[in-house]
Design a protein. Structure first.
Length: 153
């Protein structure tokens, strides 16, 4: 006996499962490539990776809560031929913040090769939103760095 079709439907197999963040593959940061690859008018997060002479690397993460393409285009420069970018697309500013936090943490956070050691800030109006990776609620240096700098550790 076959079950009724309605009994086979489920709204979600894993309702407590976190969203999957798709990070698009790194490409050379150039205006033509950004225009071809990143849709306009969408929020999202990105990372930049600059390959320095002698094999060094410098990285940064960021986001734009309204137009990721525009944010990346402002970073395109003729002399930046050794800069790569990867990106994510988000439906909302809060989701873009969550993606930026994810990228910040996987790139090593305060201990990685990131240009900025400051944790990403929540979007305007979303100051209540904690980082989904570490639970931090403000854009301050992690507590373990603040203690070491003040000489308390």
């Amino acid at each position: 006996m076959k079950p009724a079709p309605e009994s086979l439907l489920q709204t979600c197999l894993f309702p407590g499962l976190e969203e999957e963040i798709v990070v698009y593959q790194a490409q050379r940061l150039a205006e033509k490539i950004v225009r071809r690859s990143v849709a306009a008018g969408l929020a999202g997060a990105f990372y930049l990776k600059e390959v320095l002479p002698r094999g060094g690397v410098r990285e940064a993460v960021g986001r734009d809560d309204r137009d990721l393409r525009r944010a990346l285009l402002t970073r395109c420069e003729e002399e930046a031929e050794n800069v790569l970018f990867g990106w994510t697309i988000a439906a909302t500013a809060l989701e873009a913040y969550r993606h930026e936090c994810f990228l910040w943490h996987i790139k090593g956070g305060a201990f990685g090769r990131l240009v900025s050691v400051d944790h990403p800030a929540a979007p305007e109006g979303g100051e209540w939103a904690a980082c989904p990776e570490c639970g931090q609620e403000t854009a301050t240096r992690p507590f373990f760095l603040r203690e070491a700098e003040s000489g308390d550790a």
